[in-house]
Design a protein around this ligand. Structure first.
Ligand code: UGA
Length: 425
C-alpha cells in the first residue's frame, strides 16, 4: 500500500474521524482547524467529540507520529499529496447549503497546494461544487474529487473502517483512482463515477433514509387507528431484502445535523433545475406532523397542557450522542412548552440549561411530580430505570414511550400506563 501525506481541513466529527482513521490505515495525516483552542486541546490528546473509539485512534495516531494537528489550512496543505475538505455546510438562506467555509478554504489554499495535489470534498455539498472548487482553485495541475462520507454520529469510526461502499467521483479518472487507493486496506466495494453523480449520491441516500423514516412513522399512525402493531408490521416488511430491516423504527421524528439539512437542500437543488420534489416535501412535512402527533398524544393523557408538569426523558437527537442539532426531542419539548406545559428534562449526556425547561442531572428528578412522562431519546439507561420508584414519584401514571424502547412488563408491574407509537391508541 502507498503511504500518502494527507491534510484534513476541519476537525468536526467527520474531519477528525477521517483524519484518525486514515492515520490508522498507515497514512501520515495533518489535521487543520481555524479554532486554535480546539487544535491545542487535540494536541494535548483531548477529544471533545463523543464518538466511540475516536479518542483511542487519535492517541494511537499521535503516538505513532502519523497524526498531527495545526491551526489554519495553509500550513497543513503545504506538504500534502491529498487534501480532504471536511467543513461545515449548514442550512443557508431558503434551505440551500451554505458553502462559505468550503469556498473560503479553497481560496486560502490555492497558492500553497503542492504541484499535482488532489483536493477531496468530503462535506455534503450541492451538485456542481467540485467544479466550483476547481474553478476557485484555478490550478490546472490540481484535480478535485468528491468522496462523500456515510458516517453516522455515534458509530462514525466503525462506519469509516467497515463501510458498505466507498464512493469516489471525479471528472479526472486518475485522481479518482488515487483517492480510492487510500482506502484499499478497507477491502470495501468501491464505486467510481463522475463528480456530479458522487455529489448526488450523498443527498439521494440521506433523503431516502429520511423518506423511509417518515414512511414508517406514517405507518405507525395507521397501526394505531386500525389496531395493528407497528413492530410486527415492520418485522414482516423488513424481512423482504429489497426493503431491509434497518431504519424502520418509528420515533418522535428524524433529526440531527444531516437529514433535516440535506432534505431541505435537496428540495432546493431540485427547485433550481425546475423540479418540484413533492415526495421529499411530503417527507419533511410528515416529520413535522410526527412531532405534533407526539404533542397531541401527551395532551390526550393529561387533558390540558396548560400548567401540566411533564417529565422529559432524552433530549439528544438519538442515543449515543450529545448532539442537540435539529433534535426532534427539542422540537417536541418546544411545542409542549408553547402550550403551557412545565417541563423537567433529563438526558444522560446533556447538562446545560435550555430555554423553556428545567434540565436536571437525574432521571428521577425529571419524573418527580410529573403528570405524565414522555421518553424521546432511546438511551439504554432508560430501560433499566427503577419503575416502581418512578411510579411512586410521579403525580400521574402515564409514560409515553415515543421510541417503543421500554419493557412493557416492567412498567405494568410498577402500575404505570405505558403508551407507545403504532401499537395502541
Ligand atoms: C445520517 C446518516 O445515517 C449517515 O449515513 C450520514 O453519513 C449522516 O447522516 C451524514 O450525512 O453525515 P446521523 O445524522 O448520524 O447519520 O443519524 P442517523 O443514525 O441516521 O439518525 C437520524 C435520525 O433518524 C435520528 O433522529 C434517529 O433517532 C432517527 N431514526 C433512525 C429513527 O427515528 N428510526 C430509525 O430506525 C433510525
Amino acid at each position: 500500500m502507498f503511504v500518502r501525506r494527507i491534510a484534513v481541513v476541519g476537525t468536526g466529527y467527520v474531519g477528525l474521524t477521517t483524519g484518525a482513521c486514515l492515520a490508522s490505515l498507515g497514512h501520515r495525516v495533518e489535521c487543520a482547524d481555524v479554532d486554535a483552542l480546539k487544535v491545542n486541546r487535540l494536541r494535548a490528546g483531548q477529544v471533545d467529540i463523543l464518538e466511540p473509539g475516536l479518542a483511542e485512534l487519535v492517541a494511537e495516531g499521535r503516538a505513532a507520529g502519523r497524526l498531527s494537528f495545526v491551526v489554519g489550512a495553509r500550513d497543513a496543505v503545504a506538504d500534502a499529496e491529498v487534501v480532504f475538505l471536511c467543513l461545515p455546510t449548514p442550512m443557508g438562506a431558503g434551505g440551500a447549503a451554505d458553502l462559505g467555509a468550503v469556498e473560503a478554504v479553497a481560496a486560502e489554499i490555492r497558492d500553497v497546494l503542492p504541484r499535482g495535489a488532489v483536493v477531496v470534498c468530503k462535506s455534503t455539498v450541492p451538485v456542481g461544487t467540485s467544479t466550483r472548487v476547481a474553478r476557485l482553485l484555478g490550478r490546472e495541475d490540481v484535480a478535485v474529487v468528491s468522496n462523500p462520507e456515510f458516517l453516522r454520529e455515534g458509530s462514525a469510526v466503525r462506519d469509516f473502517l467497515h463501510p458498505d461502499r466507498i464512493v469516489v467521483g471525479s471528472d479526472s479518472p486518475r485522481a479518482a483512482e488515487r483517492v480510492a487507493a487510500l482506502f484499499t486496506r478497507l477491502g470495501a466495494p468501491t464505486v467510481l463515477m463522475d463528480a456530479a453523480s458522487a455529489e448526488l449520491v450523498k443527498y439521494a441516500a440521506n433523503c431516502f433514509l429520511a423518506m423511509k423514516l417518515s414512511y414508517v412513522n406514517a405507518i405507525a399512525e395507521l397501526c394505531e387507528l386500525v389496531g395493528a402493531d407497528v413492530a410486527a408490521v415492520t418485522e414482516g416488511m423488513g424481512r423482504d431484502r429489497r426493503i431491509g430491516r434497518s431504519f424502520l423504527a418509528p420515533g418522535p421524528g428524524w433529526g440531527g445535523s444531516c437529514l433535516p439539512k440535506d432534505t431541505h437542500a435537496m428540495v432546493r437543488i431540485a427547485d433550481s433545475v425546475g423540479v418540484d420534489f413533492q415526495l421529499l416535501r411530503a417527507t419533511i412535512e410528515t416529520n413535522h406532523r410526527q412531532q405534533r402527533r407526539v404533542v397531541d398524544k401527551v395532551r390526550r393523557e393529561v387533558g390540558s397542557l396548560v400548567g401540566a408538569r411533564i417529565g422529559v426523558l432524552g433530549l439528544a437527537f438519538k442515543a449515543g450522542t450529545n448532539d442537540l442539532r435539529d433534535s426532534p426531542a427539542l422540537a417536541v419539548a418546544e411545542l409542549l412548552a408553547l402550550e403551557g406545559a412545565e417541563l423537567v428534562a433529563h438526558d444522560p449526556e446533556v447538562d446545560r440549561p435550555l430555554p423553556g425547561m428545567t434540565v436536571v442531572d437525574d432521571p428521577y428528578a425529571a419524573v418527580r411530580d410529573a403528570d405524565a412522562v414522555v421518553l424521546l431519546t432511546e438511551w439504554p439507561a432508560f430501560r433499566t430505570l427503577d419503575w416502581v420508584l418512578v411510579a411512586s414519584l410521579m403525580a400521574g401514571s402515564t409514560v409515553l414511550d415515543t421510541r417503543n424502547h421500554l419493557d412493557p412488563d416492567a412498567l405494568r408491574r410498577a402500575g404505570l400506563v405505558l403508551r407507545g407509537l403504532g401499537r395502541e391508541p
